[in-house]
Design a protein around this ligand. Sequence first.
Ligand code: HEM
Length: 507
Amino acid sequence: MEKETIQAHLSFLLFFFAVSFSILACLLFLIHKSERWRWQWWCSCSICKAYVTSSWVSEHRNLCDWYTHLLRSSPTRTIHIHVLRNTVTADPANVEHMLKTNFNNYPKGKPFSAILGDFLGQGIFNVDGDHWMLQRKLAASELGSPVVRAFAMKIVSSEVVQRLLPLLHTAAAEQQQLDLQDVFKRFSFDCICKISFGVDPGCLELSLPMCEFAAAFDRASMLSARRGAAPAPAVWRLKRLLNIGEERELKEAIRMIDLLAEEVIRQRRKLGVSSSNDLLSRFMASIDNDRYLRDIIVSFMLAGRDTIASALTGFFLLLSRHPHVKSSIRHEIDTASSSTKNKNYCSNASLDGIRGMHYVHAALYESMRLFPPVQFDSKFCIGDDMLPDGTNVTKGTRVTYHAYAMGRMEDVWGPDYDEFRPERWLNDGKFVPVSPFKYPVFQGGVRVCVGKEMALMEMKTVIVSVVRNFDLEVVSETVDGSPKFAPGLTATFAGGLPVRVRRREIT
Ligand code: HEM
């Protein structure tokens, strides 16, 4: 080879290495500087090692049970998962600090929006600032209005009387086994679609397969939650770029959800928005961007379906293990129906009647203490801060309060913390709430759940009607052991809740 040619090759190689090295140096610098990318690749502390290697599974059934164990053992009730750059707390004072006192320092943040962005878009769960404010204002005024509450009560009662009770009657008559979780998912999906969007998907017709859209919802929720649990976000980002594996599945599920949302918007426009009580009509009166409307719809479906189904499933699981609580509920229903001289109390229960059932209310709160539908919730710290327990949190740290663990802390609930005891919520037979920061099941502070009252009405209506008319026997191994949860944004029982249904003679 000629001398000049060799020199040219060498110069090119040197140039190539110099450029590559500069790019690498820039990348490392950016990774070091950027809040989004500054996570620890590896940490040798026992918690991180157990997290990364999943060795915790040898002693705990669920991740939430392991976190509960760690939080109980921590003197401050706060732990750090360094590889996730996540500070997890079960201290009520810390929860109050992040949700109320120093709320502005703990928004959802960009990393959270990125994880859920494809699924939830600009929907209320996934945004801060003006987008959040607008949606919150509209939703709060709508869901707080007495007209809408009465409208929601009417829809829930009709779904109970015309679909849920007949379905249980048929199962009892034909001695069929039912998956109660599946039934509640269908029920709550019908209710939220009718209340929020004015359309009826008819999912509770068991003859139909679980409607495709609802199944797409389950998949999107599960796959989005997996993104959030990955130690290296770069992995799912790369898979999304290449459209492979779980990211491809997620994309397909989201495409299905988009179709449903488009159809909901189309139907609502066709029916006319001006005279309707539903939430979507309200939103459509002030927003004409269909993509934004789609995001709002998806958030409300998620809010109103999975949470309610999860809470009711946990409730009936606990009830099956505590027959004396069932008897006390029946006693309260009988007292209420005899005082109104109304034999058919459940189907005609009024909002006031439901609200006046303190024992049912206490039993529901108690079951959500042990099985909160939203087990944990994360925010991103935007400025260095110190939590009330003395924990330092730096800018860019994810801070999580763990409602599941908080419901199982002896220093919060006393020595009987692991017992299902509705009486702990009653004083002279009247329900007494506790601080939302000690019991953040509906969150608390500035972004407290706006659907709480509606959700309580819906769940109590179901409980009163079902407990009065049926005996449900749980036929799964979860009766003795603690249940196994499936991954998802909302707590879902893996394998559902299979039950046998028996009709009760009401005298
Ligand atoms: C058992 C039932 C329910 C539980 C346990 C529950 C719990 C929660 C929790 C923990 C949050 C905070 C989530 C976050 O910030 O990421 C939340 C927010 C919210 N919930 Fe609920 N929820 C329930 C039912 C409902 C229903 C039926 C609706 C709607 C009709 C609803 C609408 C909302 C909305 C719109 C927000 C967002 C509030 C905001 O960011 O300002 N929820 N809920």
